[in-house]
Write a protein that binds this ligand. Structure first.
Ligand SMILES: Nc1ncnc2c1ncn2[C@@H]1O[C@H](COP(=O)(O)OP(=O)(O)O)[C@@H](O)[C@H]1O
Ligand SMILES: CC(=O)N[C@@H](CCC(=O)OP(=O)(O)O)C(=O)O
Length: 272
């Protein structure tokens, strides 16, 4: 089974949207109405979501401290139970319910289901524990769900051949899904209007940045914290089938359709 993106994908074809935990609760109903309209008009959205703040909140309730190394959660088996419960459970189903509430069709999955996301330990697992990097995404499952008329809503948990599960940063997982399914575009929906930098003492959104400029922005400290995995995932997937990654604020009205129509909104990360 193959997916044929429309000639002009910006008018509505296959695209991956990553939705951050920072913004999920703040997304207005109109965001999901826009998504439903896109689905009705023939677009093929694929959602990969985060949920970092909800995981930290659940860990805190259990008296478990959250620790991060370079933006990655230090993940023990005990932490992983909470990560999986939160991402594959409450967060995933909340997104599915909101899409359905707007009249759209959605099907929730985690990377474990059908071995959708195969992963292995990251190189610095001695520091971060059971954190995974993606080795493969089963594109046929994504294509099958889309062909049935549902929006796949994917929680970023990976699994290996031996059945071990891994916690995967949601930006990293979204970039890998975009690459493996051959999506021309990834839209990263977050809580800021794009990549910002301070110019003349004022914070301004950069309309576009190249892969080359990103390293300088990280080096100078202007890109830090949660923005780092986003831009790193962008760099990785832009080297493949994805031609651009757009970082936008989910509270912006009709943000998805406006980005897909090519409106200058947020920050576009492009090859050069
Ligand atoms: N240059 C930058 N421009 C905008 N935001 C930045 C920048 N550098 C770091 N950030 C931070 O990145 C955050 C978004 O990442 P994160 O909180 O992990 O969001 P999400 O949950 O959507 O993945 C912003 O709220 C902001 O604090
Ligand atoms: C390894 C790792 O750090 N995994 C993340 C997965 C969730 C995530 O990435 O959520 P956001 O998109 O909201 O940040 C975590 O445990 O928080």
């Amino acid at each position: 089974m193959t997916i044929e993106p429309t000639e002009d994908h910006k008018a509505g074809g296959l695209f991956v949207m990553k939705c951050g935990g920072s913004t999920l609760a703040a997304l207005p109903d109109s965001f999901f109405d826009d998504l439903r309209e896109l689905q009705e008009s023939g677009a093929q959205p694929v959602i990969v979501h985060g949920g970092g703040p909800a995981i930290s909140g659940n860990l805190e309730k259990l008296g478990i401290e959250s620790r991060f190394v370079n933006g990655l959660r230090v993940t023990t088996e005990e932490v992983l139970d909470v990560v999986e419960m939160t991402l594959s459970g409450s967060i995933n189903k909340a997104i599915v319910r909101r899409i359905q509430g707007s009249g759209g069709q959605a099907l929730g999955l985690s990377g474990v289901d059908g071995r959708l996301i195969t992963a292995r330990l990251v190189a610095n697992s001695d520091e971060v524990g059971l954190v995974g990097e993606v080795t493969e995404v089963n594109a046929e499952i994504v294509q099958g769900v889309l062909a049935m008329g549902y929006i796949p809503v994917i929680a970023p948990i990976g699994v290996d051949a031996g059945g071990q599960r891994y916690n995967i940063n949601a930006d990293t997982a979204a970039g890998a899904v975009a690459s493996f399914i051959g999506s021309p575009q990834m839209i990263v929906v977050t809580d800021v209007p794009g990549i910002m930098r301070t110019l003349d003492g004022r914070k301004t959104v950069l309309p576009s940045v190249t892969v080359g400029q990103i390293e300088d922005l990280i080096e100078s400290g202007e890109i830090y914290g949660g923005m780092i995995p986003k831009v790193r995932a962008a760099i990785d997937c832009i080297q493949g089938s994805v031609s651009e990654v757009v970082i936008v604020d989910g509270k912006e009205p009709r943000v998805l359709s406006r980005v897909l129509q090519g409106e200058e909104l947020g920050t576009r990360i492009i090859r050069s």
